[in-house]
Design a protein around this ligand. Structure first.
Ligand SMILES: *[C@@H]1O[C@H](CO)[C@@H](O)[C@H](O)[C@H]1NC(C)=O
Ligand SMILES: *[C@@H]1O[C@H](CO)[C@@H](O)[C@H](O)[C@H]1NC(C)=O
Ligand SMILES: *[C@@H]1O[C@H](CO)[C@@H](O)[C@H](O)[C@H]1NC(C)=O
Ligand SMILES: *[C@@H]1O[C@H](CO)[C@@H](O)[C@H](O)[C@H]1NC(C)=O
Ligand SMILES: *[C@@H]1O[C@H](CO)[C@@H](O)[C@H](O)[C@H]1NC(C)=O
Ligand SMILES: *[C@@H]1O[C@H](CO)[C@@H](O)[C@H](O)[C@H]1NC(C)=O
Ligand SMILES: *[C@@H]1O[C@H](CO)[C@@H](O)[C@H](O)[C@H]1NC(C)=O
Ligand SMILES: *[C@@H]1O[C@H](CO)[C@@H](O)[C@H](O)[C@H]1NC(C)=O
Ligand SMILES: *[C@@H]1O[C@H](CO)[C@@H](O)[C@H](O)[C@H]1NC(C)=O
Ligand SMILES: *[C@@H]1O[C@H](CO)[C@@H](O)[C@H](O)[C@H]1NC(C)=O
Ligand SMILES: *[C@@H]1O[C@H](CO)[C@@H](O)[C@H](O)[C@H]1NC(C)=O
Ligand SMILES: *[C@@H]1O[C@H](CO)[C@@H](O)[C@H](O)[C@H]1NC(C)=O
Length: 750
């Protein structure tokens, strides 16, 4: 147990920065109540009081419930605490159920008090803006922002519309539109252009209409963030520039960045304007003042990443310190209160380059400790703060990564998510100032994200067994919740979500989503593991059966969207794991029997049938549909030449989740468990693979991995060019009944 007095003693230090929002209007919280609990909006009142930390008190008052708070964010959190703990309702990625509060509001009795244990509760990874939200409209953002605010997030990243300001800035220094647009990347790939990993587009240039629309959307997003008591983390100028800047400014210090993944030089090696060049500060000042003009004085915290999967031009510590000194000086020239926020992924992913000496030099170039916030991006599995003396005193945030490329394999370690942030906060000399979610894709495994944001309001590690029970009770929120529903989650929480295997942390990839090959697919560990660190029969299978049993006991459960989602998800994981077994049979058959092509086809039977079943299952739920991803993308089509714009958007949407690059540069990195994708893409790839295996058997020829991989890329290129809705059975929306399909499939694949 952590001593409470000790915690309180930390407060003055923790709030030294004072960089987070001091918005004092409660209008946004009243609007939130009206939006989410319209029937009871009049019964809630809020007031601000003074105090250092984010804290709240919820109490009964005549005619309703009152939330007193020290910040607007704490008011949202206090409201949420009442809605979840007393109202047994919640807001999920799959929708808000807060409207289902009981008609007579439960009284709280003894007032509930809450206090954040850290000043920053952060959300988003730069790449979430491409993996999850690239095609969102404001309705989707509204749900997200309410989800964040209610959970107490006060520091969300806000990348939309970046290009609008950047283009204006680049024009001002004399770059032509041709120079600028040949540098920017397509609608589904902007994150990596922002990181300086890639430049330019494949499948068509970024449309101006897209840039304008995203700018308008950003205005709505920022206004709402501020209303909800959040301080947006805004973009800034990073140093990455169009190649043509060198010709315009022949004396400017511009270097070529390193190559990213397998991309050809034309699409990577982005030009980087060295921060010590005076032109850097000129551009930064222009960028930030344009941004302030467009959005108002909403934040002093700026996201700025220069070396995320890019190596610096030099590893000389003096050079690295010079880069940060120049960069920070440019921020402060533009905004005297600027705080620099960066993702710390590089310190793990490029650990060989980023020795402690170099990290210390790089961070040391920035004067003071409150001047920076480092996101310790992968704290749940690969923390870096503990090898860098707590980032040498700079502020940092304990972050959960998870969800690579939007992969949703069930996995997590609830113990680590509850105990480790508390331990890190109390480590000697700790400069940890926040917790945050930095998932690449925000889908699936919602439990492991909820729990970390809840931990941010509890000074002792949460009690997992009671946490999980309460989480399930409000997730399903039916009268007479069958015990089997709780049992399903108790089983998952103590197995799949208690993963201690360091080789398989963060989302586990399903092998059916990978380009088929004879070797190297199973038992992968590390980045994108495919090894399954638990026994499926006693975990996922048990949970799937228990959920179906619960549904039989109380048919009302079938009407709960989150229940339907979980039934699909757990059944999906069962089928996904079973696929590995059938794949192993196929490989063993191919390897062990030199004479019978027919046996290869026979061994492939169950594997291909499983993909049909999986597609049928996923098609029953709106959250597992390729057609929604494509429809969301094409929704942005308007203006002149709509047909070409629609084609470009659909190509972007399709290419990212498959080839990820014109020629499969990071093939299948962002694969998805989506109906439509399984049937029209994964299955044809496996069929082609099986056909190839049978052919080589027939011909007595050797297996050639290069031939197989070239076939798969060709299939991807053709598929990326497709138009959904033109092929056989390519519909929009869901079909089939989740419970019926899941019941049949769980029995079949048990
Ligand atoms: C670049 O530097 C050279 C040598 O110092 C100088 O002669 C030239 O005028 C400079 N060009 C510009 C565009 O500043
Ligand atoms: C950067 O790469 C471009 C394209 O290959 C090349 O033309 C240019 O000379 C390079 N610049 C530097 C400074 O190496
Ligand atoms: C691109 O980066 C790679 C190193 O990552 C380097 O070898 C190559 O020379 C660079 N190309 C250009 C044109 O700068
Ligand atoms: C922006 O807000 C800060 C306080 O957060 C204030 O000091 C500064 O003067 C404001 N700047 C403008 C341009 O309004
Ligand atoms: C950074 O390096 C440049 C070029 O060598 C030099 O002019 C500048 O003074 C250095 N800045 C700092 C802060 O060391
Ligand atoms: C930091 O913590 C992680 C996870 O607990 C551990 O694996 C790693 O060895 C630690 N590193 C150092 C340098 O202590
Ligand atoms: C920053 O933190 C480090 C480590 O705690 C400390 O040694 C240093 O004095 C601090 N710097 C400032 C300017 O407070
Ligand atoms: C956690 O909560 C459960 C159920 O409420 C209780 O039985 C258990 O003792 C608690 N565990 C701890 C460590 O407090
Ligand atoms: C994967 O690992 C499991 C358990 O360690 C082992 O039984 C199996 O043979 C391995 N499969 C492959 C293809 O290496
Ligand atoms: C899991 O159950 C399946 C089907 O009953 C069985 O074939 C398999 O051997 C079981 N696996 C383990 C590890 O017990
Ligand atoms: C090998 O092929 C023979 C003849 O087709 C068949 O009877 C036998 O079952 C096959 N063995 C394996 C391990 O597939
Ligand atoms: C995809 O479409 C592009 C542009 O229309 C075309 O150049 C390319 O050949 C097509 N590729 C395939 C494999 O259909």
């Amino acid at each position: 147990m952590i001593s409470r007095t000790w915690l309180l003693a930390l407060w003055p230090l923790s709030f030294a920065a004072g960089a987070v929002s001091r918005t004092t209007s409660l209008d946004g919280i009243y609007a939130l109540a009206k939006r989410r609990v319209p029937a009871h909006a009049e019964s809630f009142s809020f007031s601000l009081s003074t105090g250092e930390a984010d804290s709240f008190v919820v109490s009964d008052v005549p005619g309703g419930i009152h939330v007193e708070c020290t910040t607007v964010s704490a008011c949202a959190r206090g409201f949420y605490t009442y809605l979840t703990q007393y109202g047994c309702t919640d807001i999920w990625w799959t929708g808000s159920r807060l409207g289902q509060l009981p008609p007579d509001l439960p009284k709280v009795g003894t007032p509930i008090k809450g206090q954040a244990i850290v000043p920053y509760r952060y959300h988003f990874n730069t790449v979430t803006f491409s993996y999850t939200t690239p095609f969102w409209n404001f309705d989707q953002w509204e749900l997200e922002l309410d989800w964040l605010a209610l959970r107490g997030v006060n520091l969300p990243l806000a990348w939309n519309g970046y290009e609008y300001i950047l283009i204006e800035t680049f024009r001002e220094v004399g770059l032509s539109d041709a120079d600028i647009f040949s540098f920017l990347s397509g609608p589904a790939f902007q994150s990596w252009n922002r990181f300086g990993n890639i430049q330019g587009s494949w499948g068509g240039d970024l449309p101006v209409t897209w840039v304008d629309d995203q700018f308008q959307l950003q205005k709505q997003i920022l206004q709402r963030m501020v209303e909800l008591g959040m301080t947006p983390v805004l973009p800034s100028f990073t140093g990455f520039v169009p190649r043509a800047l060198s010709s315009l400014y022949p004396n400017a210090s511009i270097v070529n960045g390193s190559q990213w993944e397998g991309f050809p030089t034309a699409l990577t090696n982005d030009s980087f304007l060295e921060p010590f060049d005076p032109l850097f500060t000129t551009i930064q000042t222009s960028f930030i003042s344009k941004q302030r003009e467009a959005y108002g004085n909403v934040s002093h915290i700026y996201a700025l990443d220069q070396y995320n999967e890019n190596d610096p031009f030099s590893g000389d510590p003096a050079y690295l310190a010079n880069v940060t000194a120049g960069t920070f000086a440019s921020l402060r020239a533009a905004d005297p209160d600027a705080v620099w926020l960066m993702q710390g992924w590089l310190f793990f992913s490029s650990a060989a380059f980023w020795t402690n000496e170099r990290i210390e030099a790089y961070l040391g170039g920035v004067p003071g400790n409150d001047s920076m916030i480092i996101l310790d991006l992968y704290s749940e599995a690969q923390p870096q703060w503990n090898r860098t003396s707590s980032y040498y005193g700079k502020q940092w945030v304990w972050c959960e990564l998870h969800g690579y490329g939007g992969n949703i394999g069930m996995e997590g370690d609830l113990d680590a998510l509850t105990q480790n942030p508390i331990a890190a906060l109390h480590a000697p000399g700790s400069s940890m100032k926040g917790v945050g979610l930095t998932m690449e894709g925000q889908e699936g495994n919602e439990l492991v994200y909820d729990i970390l944001l809840d931990q941010a309001w509890s000074s002792a590690p949460l009690n997992l067994s009671s946490y999980v029970d309460q989480w399930v009770a409000r997730r399903y929120n039916v009268r007479r919740l069958p015990k089997s529903a709780l049992d399903a989650w108790r089983t998952l929480a103590t197995t799949v979500y208690s993963n201690k295997d360091s080789g398989t942390q963060a989302a586990i990839k399903s092998i059916y989503e990978l380009a088929p090959a004879l070797t190297g697919m199973t038992n992968r560990t590390g980045h994108h593991p495919t090894a399954i660190p638990y026994d499926t029969n006693s975990t996922v299978l048990v949970a799937a059966k228990a959920l179906l049993e619960a549904r039989s006991e109380n048919p009302l459960l079938a009407t709960i969207p989150e229940f339907a989602y979980d039934v699909v998800d757990v059944t999906r994981q069962l089928l996904s794991n079973r696929f590995i077994d059938h794949y192993n049979v196929l490989v063993a058959t191919y390897n062990s029997n030199a004479t019978a092509p027919r046996n290869v086809a026979a061994a492939a039977g169950p594997l291909l049938a499983l993909l049909d079943d999986l597609d049928e299952l996923l098609a029953t739920n709106e959250h597992f549909l390729l057609s929604n991803w494509i429809a969301d993308a094409k929704r942005w089509t308007h203006g002149a030449d709509r047909a070409a714009y629609a084609r470009l958007l659909e190509y972007n949407a399709r290419n990212q989740i498959t080839l990820w690059g014109p020629d499969g540069e990071i093939n299948d990195y962002a694969s998805k468990a989506w109906a439509g994708l399984v049937r029209t893409y994964y299955k044809p790839r496996w069929e082609a693979f099986v056909e190839y295996l049978a052919q080589t058997k027939e011909a007595g020829a050797a297996y050639d991995a290069h031939v197989v991989s070239a076939k798969m890329i060709a299939i991807g290129q053709q598929w990326s060019n497709g138009t959904w809705g033109t092929g056989k059975g390519e519909g929009w929306g869901t079909r089939g009944d989740t419970s019926a399909v899941a019941a049949r499939l769980v029995e079949k694949w048990a």
